[in-house]
Write a protein that binds this ligand. Structure first.
Ligand code: IPD
Ligand code: CA
Ligand code: CA
Length: 257
């Protein structure tokens, strides 16, 4: 049953990704939601497509999207959590690292997660209890056992005036590891942990649509998820630490030092 939905979701992500790719090669307009936080035509076009498609396929389900907020039946046990373009700043600079992120939650637990990078044509997918895949090949987290030989990734909030702007953590970890990258699409960053390209990732001030799909991909690839200041990972708490498991405690120790 879920396998069928997973294939549908991959098709949706592929088509939304094609929309983003087409916009990237055309002119697109940029609007500012905040001082740095922006939105383009591509965010809107991808989101419109996904909302229309999911509402047609599953009219009884609820949907939560970045731009549109909550739609559909609030009493439904199924909730789609969607970021139609994760990595808008990269997109606006025509930097080819961004994604479409789609998760399906049943009774608040992610059961399907799909993250698609339309430029690299990389489709990350996971189904609860069944595994995680990159372009249909099973993926696993890395085996790196210490911070010294780890390559990490993180992100920073749009509003750098926030108390937890992550700069001090970055400074502490960048000198203890092989590097800490900031690539700019949290959904894709998480999938890079899942397939072993990164050994760990953390970020504060994220939204459910940044994390829902990627977190399931990490968990199903054998990775470890947690909060940073709180022990448990909570989709609505804004913070996430994700790793191959082997470096998790060392990473948390540094983030809470
Ligand atoms: C952003 C990206 C980025 C992260 C930001 C998010 P958006 O999402 O995931 O990597 O650092 O905190 O807001 O705005 O490009 O969808
Ligand atoms: Ca996002
Ligand atoms: Ca977005």
């Amino acid at each position: 049953m879920n396998q069928l939905i997973l294939e549908q979701v991959k098709d949706l992500a592929f088509t939304a990704g094609k929309i983003l790719r087409e916009h990237l090669h055309d002119d697109f307009s940029i609007e500012y939601k905040g001082e740095i936080d922006l939105i383009t035509d591509a965010d809107r076009a991808s989101e419109d497509f996904l909302i229309r498609a999911i509402t047609t396929l599953y009219p009884q389900h609820a949907i939560l999207t970045e731009e549109g907020g909550k739609l559909g039946d609030p009493g439904s046990e199924f909730l789609w959590v969607i970021d139609p373009l994760d990595g808008t700043t990269n997109f606006a600079h025509r930097l080819p690292y961004f994604s479409v992120s789609i998760a399906l939650l049943k009774n608040t637990e992610p059961v399907i997660g799909v993250v698609y990078n339309p430029i690299a044509d990389e489709m990350f997918a996971a189904e609860y209890g069944c595994g995680a895949w990159l372009n249909d090949h099973p993926i696993r987290v890395s085996k790196t056992a210490n911070l010294k030989t780890s390559l990490l990734c993180t992100g920073f909030p749009y509003d750098m005036q926030l108390k937890q702007n992550n700069i001090a953590n970055y400074a502490r970890l960048v000198v203890q590891t092989q590097g800490v990258l900031r690539l700019g699409s949290a959904a894709l960053d998480l999938c890079y942990v899942a397939c072993g390209r990164f050994d760990g990732f953390w970020e504060f001030h994220l939204k459910p649509w940044d994390m829902a799909a990627g977190a399931l991909v990490v968990a199903e690839a054998g990775g470890t998820l947690s909060g940073i200041t709180k022990p448990q990972f909570d989709l609505h708490a804004g913070e996430i630490a994700a790793s191959n498991g082997l470096i998790h405690q060392a990473l948390l120790n540094e983030l809470n030092a």
